[in-house]
Ligand binder design. Structure first.
Ligand SMILES: Cc1cc2nc3c(=O)[nH]c(=O)nc-3n(C[C@H](O)[C@H](O)[C@H](O)COP(=O)(O)OP(=O)(O)OC[C@H]3O[C@@H](n4cnc5c(N)ncnc54)[C@H](O)[C@@H]3O)c2cc1C
Length: 394
């Protein structure tokens, strides 16, 4: 067994980082692990829509790292990585802290991408983190009291755009005239057909407008200018929510590290080219030969799980295994109390899908301390019941 002198440092404690840290700790409890994240809370992003609609409380979808990691027995440091000196195995943080590592795991996720379109940064709301969510919610609540119906645009008809549109319509009934603007000729173009069809029906039922084949050219504080079927149109806007794309969160990386489309190129064992004691998983990475993997929590968690097993093999001085992705399907929320699921040959929609989706997510939430679990939380109560059932299963 290889002995390590310095901790394994995991930077970024989202879906990838949380999974690799907890699995590694379970496989090898004596390993020194240090997890670093610039934020105070873990964000279970697929549940942010339910926080917007107040179907869930903020703390349920965003529990504190300190609580999760003390429960796991893992050291957590809140700090922001600003630079990596790969040749020296040194990490630099924004408060001048320098930290040495023997093994490094990077998983710092994505940021919203505006594609440098004029006015997007200044005039749009985003939906990628808790601050975005709070800002949007405050603003929608203010507008809600207005007597005149307001024009709300959502740019991007991927899962986020569609899920926000349905929730906002259900929460603020008749307060907004909602339009989704999408560059391609269909919604959810990368999603399962069943979910796309269910989403189309959900949008139709709510009379949410769709502007397909339309790309945004510019956004000002009152207008949104689009190119629609070769015609420039300027539309009056009161609120614009931007969900049109993400880019990897790699502000600390320099050109020494090979990248494809701005993401770190890794081999099928997640090792970074030329720096094989460093690994990258989740949204920031792209695997050679598996370039089409979607940017999802499902991928990040499977990668985290696989990397933990590989790290254990590495300490046993055994050969690392290549990653294989298993598509377990997808779930989308479609308004308050409704969802659609297409997974492993099973399709489900409506209220039953909503309950199934919440149960599945409950099982995936990180564990938190007992004192918090006892407060009124449907999700954490279900998680605790599921854990008991799983632990009793022979
Ligand atoms: C609204 C929304 C809904 C989604 N719904 C789904 C869904 O239903 N199903 C699905 O599979 N996927 C979904 N996704 C996508 C999914 O959340 C991401 O693919 C997933 O979070 C990627 O995991 P990750 O570990 O790469 O990064 P993340 O989970 O984003 O974690 C990155 C972590 O790194 C930290 N960090 C960033 N920079 C630094 C730094 N410099 N120093 C220290 N820490 C840093 C961040 O604070 C964060 O905690 C959704 C995304 C959004 C925005």
């Amino acid at each position: 067994m290889k002995s390590i002198k310095k901790p394994i440092v995991i930077v970024g404690a989202g879906f990838g980082g949380m999974t690799v840290a907890s699995h590694l700790k379970r496989l090898n409890p004596s390993l020194p692990i240090l997890v670093v994240d610039s934020e105070e809370k873990f964000v279970f992003k697929p549940l942010m829509y339910e926080v917007l609609s107040e179907e869930l409380q903020m703390w349920e979808a965003a529990p504190e790292f300190a609580n999760i990691f003390s429960n796991l027995g893992i050291t957590f440091l809140r700090n922001c990585l600003t630079k990596i000196r790969f040749d020296e195995n040194i990490l630099e943080f924004n408060d001048d802290l320098n930290l040495g590592y023997e093994f490094l795991i990077l998983c710092t996720g994505s940021l919203s991408s505006t594609f440098s379109i004029k006015g997007v940064d200044e005039n749009c709301y985003f939906f990628n983190n808790i601050n975005d969510l709070k800002k949007l919610k405050t603003s929608l609540q203010k507008i809600e009291n207005n007597k005149i119906k307001k024009n709300l645009f959502i740019v991007g008809a991927g899962p986020s755009g569609v899920e926000i549109a349905c929730k906002v319509d259900d929460i603020y009934k008749n307060k907004f005239d909602i339009t989704i603007i999408e560059r391609s000729n269909e919604i959810l173009s990368n999603n399962k057909i069943f979910n796309r069809e269910e989403a189309e029906k959900a949008l139709e039922r709510r009379k949410i407008n769709l502007l397909l084949n339309s790309s945004v050219k510019e956004i000002s504080d009152q207008k949104i200018i689009i190119l629609n079927d070769s015609e420039i149109k300027d539309l009056d806007q009161d609120v614009v929510i931007w969900t049109a794309g993400v880019k990897p969160n790699l502000l600390y990386i320099d050109e020494k590290v090979k990248q494809i489309n701005g993401r770190i190129l890794v081999n099928e064992k997640f090792q970074i080219d030329n720096f094989i004691n460093s690994f990258a998983i989740g949204d920031i990475s792209i695997i050679k030969g598996m370039e089409d993997l979607p940017l999802t929590a499902q991928v990040a968690m499977q990668q985290g799980n696989h990397l933990a097993k590989n790290m254990e093999l590495l300490f046993q001085e055994k050969e690392l295994l290549p990653f294989e992705f298993q598509d377990n399907g997808e779930m989308i929320s479609l308004g308050i109390g409704e969802a659609s699921i297409s997974a492993l040959g099973v399709t489900l929609s409506g209220k039953l899908a909503f309950e199934a989706r919440r149960l599945i997510y409950a099982s995936k939430l990180p564990a938190i301390s007992k004192s918090l679990q006892s407060t009124a939380s449907w999700l954490f109560q279900k998680k605790s019941i599921l854990n008991k059932v799983i632990n009793k299963t022979p």
